[in-house]
Design a protein around this ligand. Structure first.
Ligand SMILES: [Fe+2]
Length: 136
């Protein structure tokens, strides 16, 4: 192998090692929906549970309300928390629920002037994390 070919192989190896992890991460991120968290389109193993677990999002007047139509049956079966993220998945707010005192899993947030995509999650103690999105 002459010097020029060696440089090509070396650069190809460096480029390959830089690109490959990103491609692997993108592929892994695609596989998360329906396996690690669930959505209306990708309910995975909880296909029959979407109705009671997908968080509903209402946006208006600079505020946002997240509601999960799920029972709060003591610690046996309840919604543990809601989380709200911006377009870059920065946490904007979260609310932990206590099934002893919270009658329904509803949380409200002040968007503080934020506009753009919003992502809300709802976590059930039995049926995992569900994601929905809206625009503010
Ligand atoms: Fe549940």
């Amino acid at each position: 192998m002459d010097r020029r070919d060696f440089v090509k192989v070396a650069l190809g190896g460096v480029a390959g090692s830089l690109v490959a992890p990103q491609a692997v991460m993108a592929e892994a991120a695609q596989a998360l929906a329906g396996n690690v968290y669930y959505t209306k389109a990708q309910p995975g193993r909880w296909a029959k549970k979407a109705g009671g677990h997908l968080p509903a999002i209402e946006v208006g007047n600079g505020k946002m309300r997240v509601t999960t139509g799920h029972e709060m049956k003591d610690y046996e079966h309840y919604i543990v928390k809601h989380q709200l993220f911006d377009k870059d998945f920065n946490l904007l707010g979260e609310r932990l629920f206590d099934p002893k005192t919270d009658k329904a899993p509803i949380s409200e947030y002040d968007l503080k002037g934020y506009s753009g995509p919003l992502y809300a999650t709802s976590m059930c103690n039995k049926h995992d994390v569900w994601l929905n999105e809206a625009m503010a």
